[in-house]
Write a protein that binds this ligand. Sequence first.
Ligand code: PLP
Length: 462
Amino acid sequence: MNMDNEGMFEGLSIQDAPHIITIPPGPKSVEILNYQAAHESSALTYSKNLPMAIDRGRGATLVDVDGNVYIDLFSGAGVMALGYSHPTVLKAAHNQIDKVTHTLDIPSETRENMVATLSRILPKELTRLFFGGPTGSDAVEQAIKLARYNTKRNGIIAFEGGYHGMTGISLAATSDRAHREGVGELSPGVQFIPYPYRYRNPFGCPEDKVDEQAANTLERVLDDSHSGYQHPAAVILEAVQGEGGTIIPTPDFLQRVREITKKYGVLLICDEIQCGLGRTGKMFAFQYGGIVPDIMTISKALGGVGFPISAIAYREELNTWPTGKSIGTFRGNMVAYAAGAAGLNWMLDNNIPERAAKLGAKAMNKLNGICTKHLTVGNVRGIGMMLAIEMVTDKESRIPASELTKKVRKYAHQRGVLVEVGGHYSNVIRLLPSLVIPEKLLMNGIDIIDGVITDLENGKLK
Ligand SMILES: Cc1ncc(COP(=O)(O)O)c(C=O)c1O
């Protein structure tokens, strides 16, 4: 890695991280957490899993109100790809705030600059953009609505382990039972098939055949008139599954899904909300398969430094919605456009996806060592800066060790490193570091996780 450049990345973060003054949550944090618990919803999660109150962020580092400095290996669920307070992005946001912040979908130079910036990175086949609401879930809603409108079909095929959001259709396409239960009748029409999760092989075949079997399953349910599957409007796919536990399919699987959907006249939606915008080492994860979907969703890092914005991009022939067919108050946000475009251009100018690929490969070396060394680490996975450690009771049985995983998150936090937990059994430590994290901090963060696992295994930590 170019050391000059590494100096630039180091300049974006607080260098002497982590620095723990008082085991979190410290006294000031406790006061704010108590206020929050008394007044906000019981549904809050992160404030329970990573108890602290935040003061400020820089690059890949966060500071809490008690003065603790953390290496953030989760970057706000992947939103802060360019880190907290990126100077170029902040400057663009500040300039825009003084001009105008909300214009519905009436154009401006700022908005069209975002469109032009996105056309620098989108596959050329995806000629149309729609900004339908601020969240990723909104984009998924729009993508599925557009697919249904164009095909005049209702069905959607989604994958086990898939996560697409928390609202109507996006929730129906999300597989996690805990999210689906007790919310009334889900939007009808979504059916699931297995994703190629090799470590927890759903087919009982040799592990190197799992991806092929998963693609065969898709082909079978579409081909067999007795499968119980109507031909759907679309297949919705994460080219790397995020919340499902960072599951990375083979390029062949992606190619087969594309071929099969084409063969049966089914649209392919790629949900790039988590795996897109450079995170996996390519601008979009589906590019690993050399494929182009019919519709794709983007959000998270799109707003530069966490301004909420999402979009779908789609092929010209799907551009059939009449005026007003899909409306909403927040159709993009001017500050998010300005910040997002500045961020994407900076990302391109500095080869950030390439950096993510290289740094991710170095991190994987370290994670492989951790897997070999620890009885309770069953599997490690990674592509670019989407990394995971799957915890088990022992390597032989592969029984998921969910409680242990939560303890890793808790003690890593106490030692100054922020990670999240995901996966089918809440037994996967998920790392989504900022793509600008200095190499030193990333490696140090992983060493700290390694130390926590060691101390949990040898009983030093309970
Ligand atoms: C792949 C994917 N799709 C959709 C969503 C939903 O996005 P949001 O939480 O902004 O609604 C997420 C969120 O994590 C996601 O990872």
